[in-house]
Design a protein around this ligand. Structure first.
Ligand SMILES: [Zn+2]
Ligand SMILES: [Zn+2]
Length: 572
């Protein structure tokens, strides 16, 4: 086997990479939009970099503060803590079952997170990056409190529908300020609030505009959606932003004159990446080790997010980090576009969504991972349809990848006593397949290095197609009768391709990768291998194979139709 040309990649072995995925909001279960936007792309990237030998830390946690949680708690007549306990547990369980393997999954209601957020607030405050401003805000005299935007409802000034919220009208989709509402009412008691003067604390974002622009100009490899979004904000000019709110659920503002105020959720949520890393280090028994990542300029910090989060991760959060000065800045922010369901925007309130836990009660995890990888909303919004999901499962996973493995393994079982037939003398066709492994490995790696999961998984499926074509062309069922040595060489080559696939599949289809290496009876094959070794992996002649299983089952029409019928119906 010739050695592969040296690969030219942006990450060297042993380099440190800190990967985060947007903290999901603990106000409901996970749906497919969440997975497609941030978690599957991040998990694929992390699994690939681990195989490359990178020193990687993969961090996430539940975002457990903010007004939607208190509103939900009021509605259900339970505490906000009960709400976040329920959804934190559900989300963690869904991540485990779909194979998104964080090193730590924390939660922002932990005292550790409160302390770190308050420390960062005070650090910025003492440096003069946070100041106090007087503002006019609605006050409910009946409830005796200032009302956050979402606690105010009224008539929309644009479409004149009732029930528009202080921050947005759901009917026409426009963003609003509470003062724009016609006949505003307190959402809790229904009385008319009055404008009163109060104080809020503002982060001086405007101070950082020039530095942020210079920093982003050095990031030529960022995705266009992120760069364009930010340049729009820069053109308008960054303004200082309030970072405190008037609710009693959240992190208390650590100033005596701010009693009753908490930190705005967008200020504390990204700090969750740091506190989750600290929690991880504590659990490892090496409490300072998080600094190896966060305070090490050789670490690449990569934030996987959906496009709705760009402003926080590419502007506000880096400015917070610049103000604080002790931590590294993001190196990459691969933001994805949205996933629609059957041609319509996901709406959790109308149950126009596919919930991850409900999916997993019916189907195995890998077909969904595959679909969201092959149909990732990388450069534009993508559409999930159940029929397309069924089609890709049946005609790609089952008929291409699964079929290659199943028919060759069953042939070897029947004719070669379930042992690896000898390689013998390789033909040009055999060598071409072995060379294709090296080329695909290189292309998949290059695509993943530049966050193109869709292209990468396409290359994986193309390699399986090469295998199927080779198997058909070589027709071992014919050579078996006339030239057993040639037949053995074909099967041996097919098995070497499968060994490569058992590693190449690991980032995309981790459960099936593990199943395949069990079938090849090659313990540790897919995880203990190095990406660079894939082209030269060889299973030796005579090696006994494991028990054959079906890798991907077909999905029947009735099963899919039952899923389609559930869409948009009230959840039970
Ligand atoms: Zn409206
Ligand atoms: Zn009220």
């Amino acid at each position: 086997m010739q050695s592969m040309a040296e690969r030219n990649t942006s990450v060297d072995l042993g380099d440190k990479i800190l990967v985060t995925a947007a903290l999901p909001y603990a106000n409901g279960p996970l749906h497919l939009g969440h997975l497609a936007g941030a978690y599957i792309p991040a998990d694929v990237y992390v699994r690939y970099q681990r195989l490359r030998g990178a020193d990687i830390l993969f961090i996430c946690g539940s975002d457990e503060h903010g007004v939607p949680i208190t509103i939900r708690a009021d509605k259900e007549n339970v505490t906000p803590q009960a709400i976040v306990d329920r959804y934190h547990a559900m989300m963690q369980n869904s991540f485990d079952r779909i194979g998104v393997a964080f090193d730590n999954y924390s939660r922002t209601s932990l005292p550790l997170h409160h302390k770190i957020s308050q420390d960062i607030f005070l650090n910025l405050y003492h440096k003069g990056f946070i100041n106090e401003q007087s503002v006019r805000q609605y006050y409910c005299a009946t409830c005796n409190r200032f009302l956050p935007d979402r606690y105010i409802e009224g008539e929309c000034p644009h479409c004149h529908k009732q029930g528009a919220r202080g921050d947005q009208c759901e009917a026409c989709g426009r963003w609003l300020e509470p003062e724009q509402l016609i006949a505003p009412k307190c959402k809790v008691c229904g009385s008319s609030p009055e404008l009163r003067t109060t104080k809020h604390w503002y982060f001086r974002l405007s101070v950082f505009q020039k530095r942020l622009e210079e920093w982003q100009n050095s990031k030529a490899d960022w995705k266009n959606n992120v760069r364009e979004f930010c340049s729009g904000w820069f053109q308008e000019g960054l303004t200082d932003r309030p970072i405190t709110r008037d609710i009693d659920w959240g992190i208390p503002v650590p100033l005596p004159e701010a009693e009753g105020k908490v930190l705005y959720v967008w200020f504390d949520a990204p700090i969750g990446y740091i506190s989750s890393s600290v929690e991880w280090a504590q659990k490892q028994g090496t409490p300072e080790r998080w600094r190896d990542y966060w305070c090490n300029k050789n670490t690449r910090l990569i934030h996987f997010i959906g496009k709705d989060n760009i402003v926080f991760h590419a502007i506000v959060w880096p400015a917070t980090l610049m103000a604080h000065e002790e931590f590294i800045l993001p190196d990459q922010i691969p933001a994805n576009e949205f996933l629609n369901i059957e041609g319509k925007k996901i709406s959790t309130s109308r149950n126009w969504a596919v919930w991850v836990n409900e999916y997993l009660d019916v189907f195995p995890p890998d077909p969904l991972r595959y679909y969201l990888e092959a149909n990732a909303p990388e450069n534009k919004d993508a559409d999930f349809t159940w029929k397309d999901f069924q089609q890709r499962n049946n005609s790609e996973l089952a008929d291409v990848l699964g079929n290659l493995i199943n028919r060759s393994l069953s042939f070897i079982e029947k004719n070669f006593d379930a042992k690896v037939p000898s390689a013998g003398n390789l033909s040009d066709a055999d060598r071409a397949v072995l060379a294709a492994i090296g080329e695909s490995t290189q292309r998949i790696g290059a695509a993943l290095d530049s966050f193109q999961v869709r292209r990468a998984v396409g290359e994986l499926m193309d390699l399986a197609r090469i295998g199927n074509k080779y198997f058909n062309d070589e027709a071992p069922w014919k050579s078996l009768k006339i030239d057993r040595g040639r037949c053995a060489s074909t099967l041996n080559t097919t098995l070497q391709l499968q060994a490569a696939l058992a590693v190449l599949m690991e980032p995309f289809l981790p459960f099936s990768a593990e199943k395949l290496w069990r079938m090849l009876n090659a313990p540790g094959l897919h995880r203990n291998q190095r990406w660079s070794d894939i082209p030269n992996l060889r299973i030796s002649d005579g090696h006994p194979l494991g028990k054959r299983e079906i890798l991907f089952g077909k999905i029947e029409d009735e099963v899919i139709e039952a899923q389609i019928a559930k869409l948009g119906k009230p959840a039970n």
